[in-house]
Structures are given as structure tokens and as C-alpha cells.
Design a protein around this ligand. Sequence first.
Ligand code: HEC
Length: 174
Amino acid sequence: MRRLLAGWVLGILTLPVIALAMAWCGLLPTYASAPPPAWEKAFSQMALNNYVARHAPHVSNPLPMTDETLLAGMKIFKDACAGCHGDPNEASDYGASFYPNVPQFAKNPPRLPDWQLFWIVRNGVRYSGMSAWDRQWHNDQAVSDDHIWKVATFLSRLESLPPAVDAEWRKKQP
Ligand code: HEC
């Protein structure tokens, strides 16, 4: 029984000890100059999606779903997010230099409900370049929940924007 228990404890400890030894010896890669392998991307996306689904409070969007709200969200996106996440006229080269690469929403919309987008933008994503926006400043103002709801509302409708908003979204900036 004792031997069984010792074998079991050893088995459980082996992997973390190997990982720790590899990190200690400088064997775990830390560079960002190559794209992540597919398994690593799939794993981290799964962890993010499932964490958010479990922890984000399922609150209802306090803003009316009007063109005005969507346009305000689009403006925030173009000002504060498109540098990394790109827009319909330009994928972001800057976003391509991150590990993982920053998702380009014009090509691959996030396809998440607004309350999950609100939570992600507000709280950020660990070990990536995605910061917690409730601690950020935008145009000399602390970013408010109202700002975050606007941009979350916009992103949640990216694939079904009303024509007037879609035209603004696709308009080239001077
Ligand atoms: C400095 C670059 C940068 C900026 C600026 C930035 N993001 Fe991100 N964002 C990232 C990165 C990197 C990820 C990918 C995280 C990952 O792969 O898990 C990300 C992920 C996201 C996600 C999750 C996507 C998914 O696949 O689930 C959302 C939503 C998001 N960002 C929204 C925004 C919004 C809205 C803004 C502007 C208010 C913004 N981001 C600004 C770098 C950025």
C-alpha cells in the first residue's frame, strides 16, 4: 500500500518537476518571433472561452441597440483597438508581432455574446498583449463601463451591422 502511494505521488510530481527544471535551466522558449503552434493556440483559446463562459456574469446590455450606440462603439474600436486588431481596410502589422498574434476581427469576428465581450475587454487576457481596459485611459479619460459596453456592443454585431454603420466601418480613414 505504501509503495503504491509513493508511486502515485511520484507520478503526480514528475511533470511539474520536469517543467520547473526546464524553466530553471532556460529550456522553455520565451521569444515571440514565431507564431504559436496550433495545439498551443487551440489550448489557450479553449481555456479563455471556457473561463469566460463560467465566470463572466450574464448581465444584460444596458445600452440601446441603436445605430448611435454602434457608431460610438465603432469609433472607440477604430481609435483604441484597431492598431492591434486591424480594420476592414488594413490588417495590423503591429498585431502580427505579438505572441499570440492579435486576432483580426474584420476577418475573424469574435462571435461571442456582448456580456462575454464586455467581461474580456474589461478584464484583459493574461500572458498576451490584451490589457484590462477598466484600468486604461482613452482620450485623457479613465475608460468607463459605458465605453466598454459600447465597444462590446459593436463587436457583438460585427457580422450584422446596419447598412449605415457598416458603411462607416468600411470607410477608409484619411
Ligand atoms: C496592444 C494590442 C491590443 C490592443 C490595443 C487591444 N487588444 Fe484585444 N487582444 C490583444 C491580444 C494579443 C489578444 C489575444 C489574446 C489571446 O489570444 O488569448 C486580444 C484579444 C481580444 C479579445 C478576445 C478575442 C477572442 O478570440 O476571444 C477581445 C474581445 C478583444 N481583444 C477586444 C479588444 C478591444 C475592444 C480593444 C480596444 C478597446 C482591444 N482588444 C485592444 C491585443 C490587443
